[in-house]
Design a protein around this ligand. Structure first.
Ligand code: SAM
Length: 474
């Protein structure tokens, strides 16, 4: 790996005599890590744990995740280990249910982590400014399965207009990516001192523009995957002195080998690959002071003259606790959103562009209601409402390719849930001599498995992901 000369001189001046250790670590293989989704039944793995994240594990080698059905089922997320440190900040500062914004959220690593780590009853607004990336974000949050999330596609300035709406904001800022040099070698050629300056000023604009949306006393978590001072300590200094906040510390263990501040004396948490098992990462936490802005007041909604369309009865039973949800029609789609946050949903719908929210239960087609994929992925789903077909690995891969999957002739006709090791993959409609595959066309596996399918199946199983008990018909 050949590093840019300016990067070497800047990082050497930052680390002094330690610098050669970083350079040597950058020549080593990046670590591979995943974070389990306990809401999908995965609570443990026979592998090394990530010390600062209860659900994080290192894998000895990178498996072909594409050919693991549990990956598509949202049973785990492939995420860089250092960035899982977010959990410690959440644990320290989210004492009870919060309204949390993940401002720069795609593809969804921090958002899926927040959905696991935030206290029960919290609401997550997960935002991405780039439209195509907002769809990937919605795909990943849908697969994770929590109904307590709204995915939006807005500019930070538009979100800043929701004055004092959020208790907590996570800004995992777009950055020069120098902490990812060994994981994404292409980021080396994109790096320049000029780009670092550009990123630092964009980060300040993002912070400035969204700052109004945080309540006084609210918590902002700022992170990047870089080492330099401009994108890190200097921007933290800007938040504290320029926007008005106090820096907060996060308890850490000495054994984690996290590096503290390299300029100023504010508490900051830096991950260097020669000291911690993971890639480069920076995180800081601040508490907002009073800002003198009037809080956002929702204008009373005018009742629209149009009567709401009736919701077909069946889909209510498709949820475990239908009474906890507001169930309504949006066009031809029956949707469910947690009752506890419907006011917040209304406020957000009036100001922001929503990509997805809560759970889509079913599409009304004539007299039929076709169950939505989002329902199969949801932790709110009542599995007892459908017969279950637990698929073998080859059939699960066929299903995820959106190919035809044969069910036994005796299998009951109608909609059924396809699972793998007990974890829901999606729906099929069994017609008798064949089944229609209802997997979303745009999410299907498109690549070919280049190795022997039996080897692949054995490798996937060898990781020992525990399957839930499942009731299999047929
Ligand atoms: N938090 C994500 C995760 O953990 O998976 C990674 C976020 S990535 C470091 C930064 C994100 O910021 C990208 O998705 C990028 O599209 C978005 N972004 C780029 N420019 C932005 C801007 N001006 N305002 C807000 N977000 C921006």
């Amino acid at each position: 790996m050949i590093l840019p000369a300016d990067f070497i001189s800047e990082t050497r001046s930052l680390l002094g005599s330690e610098y050669p250790l970083l350079e040597a670590a950058l020549q080593a293989r990046p670590t591979i890590s995943i974070r389990l989704n306990p809401a999908k039944g995965l609570k443990d793995l026979p592998a090394d744990c990530v010390a600062w994240c209860d659900t994080g594990y290192y894998l000895p080698e990178r498996p072909a995740f594409t050919f693991d059905p549990l990956f598509h089922a949202g049973a785990y997320y492939v995420q860089e280990a250092s960035s899982m440190f977010l959990e410690q900040a959440i644990r320290t500062y989210a004492g009870g249910p919060v309204k949390c914004l993940d401002l720069c959220a795609a593809p969804g690593g921090k958002s899926t982590h927040l959905l696991t780590a935030l206290p029960g009853g919290s609401l997550l607004v997960s935002n991405e400014v780039i439209r195509s990336r907002s769809y990937i974000l919605a795909e990943n949050t849908t697969k994770w399965g929590s109904p307590h999330v709204i995915v939006t596609h807005n500019d930070p300035e538009e979100i800043g207009g929701l004055t004092h709406f959020f208790d907590m904001i996570v800004v995992d800022a777009p950055c020069s990516g120098e902490g990812m040099f060994r994981k994404n070698p292409e980021s080396i050629s994109e790096w320049s001192a000029g780009n670092v300056a550009l990123c630092a000023s964009r980060q300040r604009r993002i912070l400035h523009d969204s700052w109004g949306a945080l309540k006084p006393g609210g918590i902002l978590i700022y992170s990047t995957c870089t080492y330099n001072l401009e994108e890190n300590e200097e921007n933290l200094h800007y938040i504290l002195a320029g926007l008005g906040a106090e820096a907060l510390s996060v308890p850490v263990k000495e054994a984690w080998n996290i590096t503290g501040p390299l300029k100023y004396s504010y508490p900051v948490y830096r991950f260097f690959p020669h000291k911690t098992k993971g890639e480069g990462f920076f995180l800081a936490v601040v508490r907002k002071k009073e800002d003198g802005l009037p809080p956002y007041r929702k204008r009373p909604e005018k009742e629209k003259g149009k009567a709401k369309s009736a919701v077909p009865a069946a889909p209510c039973h498709w949820l475990l606790q239908p009474e906890a949800y507001q169930i309504e029609m949006r066009g031809h789609t029956i949707t469910a959103f947690p009752q506890s946050a419907t006011d917040d949903l209304q406020t957000i719908a009036a100001r922001l562009q929503i990509v997805s929210s809560g759970v889509s239960l079913g599409e009304v087609k004539g007299r039929d209601v076709v169950p939505c994929h989002s329902l199969a992925m949801s932790t709110a789903f009542n599995r007892a409402a459908f017969p279950v077909a637990d698929l073998t690995w080859p059939d699960a891969i066929r299903y995820l390719r959106k190919e035809a999957v044969a069910l036994p002739a005796a299998f009951p006709k109608g909609y059924a849930l396809a699972t793998y090791k007990g974890c829901p993959l999606g729906f099929v409609k069994h017609i008798g001599n064949r089944s229609n595959n209802l997997y979303p066309q745009e999410w299907r596996i498109r690549t070919e498995c280049r190795c022997n399918p039996n080897d692949m199946e054995n490798k996937i199983n060898a990781r020992g992901f525990p399957g839930e008990e499942s009731k299999t018909i047929g």
